[in-house]
Design a protein around this ligand. Structure first.
Ligand code: PMP
Length: 462
């Protein structure tokens, strides 16, 4: 295959049709907040490979650490021998844990594996079977993780029956509670905690319930921070009944929200804390930190990530850029033509969602619009071979076709942003655009992204 065009066509044919993508063409390079394609396109990347390359593409320190480690020791398997990067990573993680009781760690390759491990640990440690999760949650694509994922049916469609013993309560988010969108967060917390009490009284007895698993900022379900009082309420109920609290910070963790972990704001102690994505800045690694109880190159990369976050003052950048992002987005509301279309601007740090009003009011009708624009985890999972797992509208599609068939407002705005040179994703079954720029994005690039977004919104509603 001699040309990139031919190589791309080859890929469209031979990469499983179960995968969709938001752009056509071949990505060849990434540096900082930008990526380049073989045809010369250079795009501002506000997706970070779905919240993974949080320090930007090919961060010098991280790539060098990985390259150096590659020449020393690539793999040893920690049941054969502990290796230095494994231990150095623990040395870096310990002081940033949200609670000192989280002092025992092990590492996997992906967020889903960390979730699986946590579910198994919870069952073994408590001797109980059942798990309570949140309606709207996303925890991954493996079987246990899929069973506690409630953000879109597309993730489980065709794969039932799922793992039994899973119960759910609404995330404190108005869509999930079926309450008006201006419901105060106190009322949302009370509503969700009442539902939890009911589930424990009516569906799974506390003595049968091993754990509650929650994302402190709902990710794939719509970029919604949980109110601190809700998380504190969960902690109290867990303490009362001896239930473990699993905090999934695969997407919200490692600086994304302006603190190392989103849970810090609530002061709540997790029993088990899950990390992945930004931990390795693109090298596959996930971590389970617990009160109880990898790969050498990925560990070395993660050590460099932790050092870079600390020494390059990345959290300060997140906090400063977050204020600018919110003020730019809120600024759009002064435009009377835009205002009626925006239902909510929310999030924490650089994990920010903009929700558009959907033609169906509550937004629940927008499901098929986002399904046609498989911007999220469909991209993550490789289904090998020519499988029956076509895109959910039945046809194999390449990026061009997908990008040209959006239906909802969020998808249309995302498509327009991409045409204007910025990669950006939607999330959830509601009309939500998510901003996940690199944590070290410059003031200028953030402003550029906000400008592109504003222009895209104006052009779509025109
Ligand atoms: N938990 C959360 C909160 C996530 O956002 C994700 C990925 N989007 C996962 C778990 C699964 O991680 P992975 O894709 O690495 O398996």
């Amino acid at each position: 295959i001699s040309s990139y065009d031919e190589l791309y066509d080859f890929g469209v044919h031979h990469v499983t049709h179960g995968l969709g993508r938001i752009t056509a063409g071949i990505m060849t390079k990434g540096d900082g907040s930008y990526v380049e394609y073989a045809d010369g396109r250079r795009m501002l990347d506000f997706t970070c490979g779905i919240g993974v390359t949080n320090l930007g593409h090919a961060h010098h320190r991280v790539s060098s650490a990985a390259a150096e480690q590659c020449m020393k020791l690539v793999h040893s398997q920690c049941s054969i021998a502990l290796h230095e990067p494994y231990l150095r990573l623990i040395e870096r993680l310990l002081p940033i844990m949200p609670h000192p009781s989280l002092d025992s760690f092990f590492f996997w390759n992906s967020g889903s594996e960390a979730v699986e491990a946590a579910l198994k640990m919870a069952r073994v440690l408590t001797g109980r079977q059942n798990i309570i999760c949140m309606q709207g949650a996303y925890h991954g694509r493996t079987f246990g993780a899929m069973a506690v994922t409630k953000s879109k049916t597309i993730y489980s469609e065709g794969f039932h029956p799922l793992m039994p013993g899973v119960f759910s309560i609404p995330y404190p988010f108005w869509h999930q509670a079926g309450l008006p969108h201006d419901t105060p967060s106190h009322d949302l917390s009370t509503h969700a905690l009442t539902q939890l009490d009911l589930v424990l009284a009516q569906q799974t007895a506390p003595q049968d319930t091993a754990a509650i698993i929650i994302e402190p900022v709902l990710g794939e379900g719509g970029y919604v921070p949980a109110p601190a009082e809700f998380l504190q309420g969960l902690r109290q109920i867990c303490d009362k009944h001896g239930i473990l609290l699993i905090i999934d910070e695969v997407q919200s963790g490692f600086g994304r929200t302006g603190t190392y972990f989103a849970i810090e704001e609530s002061g709540v102690r997790p029993d088990i804390l899950l990390m992945a994505k930004g931990l390795g800045n693109g090298f596959p690694i996930s971590a389970v930190g617990g009160t109880y109880a990898g790969n050498a190159v990925s560990c070395a990369a993660a050590v460099a990530v932790a050092d870079a976050i600390r020494e390059e003052r990345v959290l300060e950048n997140v906090q400063a850029r977050s204020k600018e992002l919110f003020s730019a987005l809120n600024g759009l509301l002064y435009d009377p033509t835009i205002r009626p279309h925006i239902l909510d601007i929310r999030g924490r740090g650089l994990m920010v969602g903009v929700e558009f009003d959907s033609p169906h009011g509550s937004g629940t009708g927008a499901q098929f619009a986002t399904d046609n624009f498989p911007t999220t985890e469909t991209i993550n999972t490789l289904i090998a071979g020519s499988s029956p797992f076509k895109n959910r509208n039945g046809k194999a599609k390449d990026g061009n076709e997908i990008a040209s068939t959006p239906k909802g407002m969020a998808s249309r705005v995302a498509k327009r942003c991409i045409e204007k040179g910025m990669l950006i994703l939607t999330t959830s079954v509601f009309e939500v655009i998510r901003f996940i720029p690199p944590l070290n994005v410059s003031k200028e690039d953030l402003a550029k992204g906000c400008q592109i977004f504003g222009e895209a919104v104006r052009e779509v509603i025109r």
